[in-house]
Design a protein around this ligand. Structure first.
Ligand SMILES: [Zn+2]
Ligand SMILES: [Zn+2]
Length: 165
């Protein structure tokens, strides 16, 4: 088996990997798990603080559509309750359908199929300054202002935290 011209070896947990020491997902021995390489291309550095789940349960299937990024909590939950309902939502940017089993299916937060779509979307938001934002919030509330800007109420909280002036 080969992946991008490199020989694939399967580790003792059943995960295929290649020797690729320069890759950001490689371990100290220079081995990079193939599904993590693909997930990194799909989700970026988000994968370092989350789990990558194989949708069909087959560790050898590293197709991008078979890999899903889940928080540790969502991932553990999913394996505890494998039959929990999935909900179909749309990528906010390209409108592709995504079947979700993570917590995200319950809340109003926007979902994206890939890091490309989420960064494209972020560029489009026309953020007011923090002062203006606080003024708007004082007059109404997070949910209302979020609707106006096309973002979630949590996105506003994050914005005020990360963009503190
Ligand atoms: Zn999993
Ligand atoms: Zn998309």
């Amino acid at each position: 088996m080969e992946f991008r011209g490199k020989v694939v070896n399967v580790n003792n947990k059943g995960y295929p990997r290649v020797y690729w020491p320069e890759h950001p997902v490689s371990n100290s021995g220079g081995q990079a798990m193939v599904h993590r390489i693909i997930a990194y291309e799909k989700y970026g550095s988000e994968i370092f603080s989350n789990d990558v789940h194989h949708v069909d349960g087959n560790k050898l299937n590293w197709k991008p559509e078979n890999l899903e990024l889940l928080s540790h909590k969502d991932h553990a939950n999913l394996h505890l309750h494998p039959n929990a309902a999935t909900v179909i939502r749309q990528c906010e940017e390209c409108k592709k359908e995504l079947s979700l089993r993570s917590q995200k299916r319950y809340n109003s937060e926007k979902v994206f199929c890939s890091i490309k779509c989420s960064s494209k979307h972020k560029e489009k938001i026309n953020w007011p300054s923090n002062d203006e934002l606080r003024e708007k919030l004082a007059k109404s509330n997070y949910v209302q202002v979020g609707k106006e800007l096309g973002v979630s109420d949590n996105a506003i909280r994050k914005r005020l935290r990360n963009n503190a002036m």
